[in-house]
Design a protein around this ligand. Sequence first.
Ligand code: 6LW
Length: 500
Amino acid sequence: MKYRNPVIPGFYPDPSLCRVGDTYYLVCSSFQFFPGVPLFESKDLLNWKQIGHVLTRESQLPLHGATSNGGIYAPTIRHDHGRFYMVTTNVSHGGNFYVYTDDIYGEWSEPIYVEQDGIDPSLYFENGRAYFMSNGTDEQGTHGIVQCEIDIHTGKKLTPSKCVWQGTGGRFLESPHLYKKNNAYYLMASEGGTEYGHMVVYAKGNSPYGPFESYPENPVLTNRDLGGYQLQGCGHADLVDDPSGNWWMVHLGFRQIDEWVMHHITGREVYLVPVTFDENGWFTAGEKGTTRLEMETDRLSDIIQQHPVADKCFQNTEIGVDWCFLRNPILSDYKFSNDAFLLRSNGKSLADTDGVPTFVGIRQQEMNLKISCHVSVSSEEAGITLYMTPDQHYDIALRRNDDGFEIIRRLRIGDIKQIDGNIPIPDGNAFLIIHCSNFVYRFQAECDGKLYDLGTAQTKFLSTEVAGNFTGVMIGLYAQGRACEKFSTFTNFVCQNLEL
Ligand code: 6LW
């Protein structure tokens, strides 16, 4: 059968997964967004349903001051003796920690912090022992993949941290995971940085501490040599076996806005490739060590139908599942119902990094979309933002001015700020519309039966390559301006997937 990659489109970076029986669970990093660590479930590896988030309380997820290079970095999910563990790093507050739950649909524990530095922590369980691995520096000052044993009940280190592998020489050795198969231990990691040089590498050893011998054909997976191919940046991977004994890899990658245009706006996404072991215990991955947008496999049943990203509206999306907030939201500034979102400004704007604006957003998962929403402004300004970072966003909004109300478009690209449109309208009500395509966003508004065109703006200025960040464009509804008692109202939100 043929399947399409990505298997989870949009900003869902650093995937990690585990299998319990016939069900797979997958987590991703979430940076400055709340709740944190999206959690997905799948029966077939191709269709993933988001069942919630792992970090749902501020006590688990303090995000004050976190921007798109802060907050939650790569998580790992593992299952041992009936208990799920998710281990990650809050780079803005507290460092490496894990949480656990016995009910994947329920709440997770309070964080348990581990005193080992670095990022990308992972857990490996064997014979009642819990091995804790991250990139970082060991007690001797050696930098690489560092491991210790911990008491899984308290997070206390039971052994000193020891560097077990220094990779193959590529920069940014990260995302380590340890596995065991047929008495061999595999340490898989990534190198090259999470951009165009990204690659997956691994080594094999005969104990959890090695010594590890590098796979002679490393990197085992990379798209770095595929010039002019839309899918780039493949790395940061995790392995799982299926109930039939086949092995699979999920990893991150991104789709450029065009084959030859090296910008991406939809963030780092989740890709799936088959893994094959040879008689010497080495494995290969993907199509000759690369990942393709269309993959052929005989390991999955022909009857599996792969579902594209659905159109989204208020009725088929959920707060805290699809919709998330920036940092730690002030929830009294929001009211949600099945038909309307009500948002109240607290005086903070989208450009602020101290405090938090009133913002709730979903990911831009595909490049060709039509977004529309009816907005009724009661505060100073309410609208829709295509939000990448505090100083990189395009907004279309209704705003109060001295004469009444106007429709504005704001383009914010680093130090460049432009507000245009300034279309006077009789009252504070209009439909705001954004047509998204690979190269441009087109902004329109409909009011009193008239359609106004507010022009286009290039997508590439919101890309990760321009922003230099780790996230993807979010489609946000927001209210800003002076703090205000009244709520602005958003109704009839639709995000239509035009890729279908
Ligand atoms: C993550 C690291 C990486 O912690 O990017 O691509 C960092 N890999 O492993 C942030 O996502």
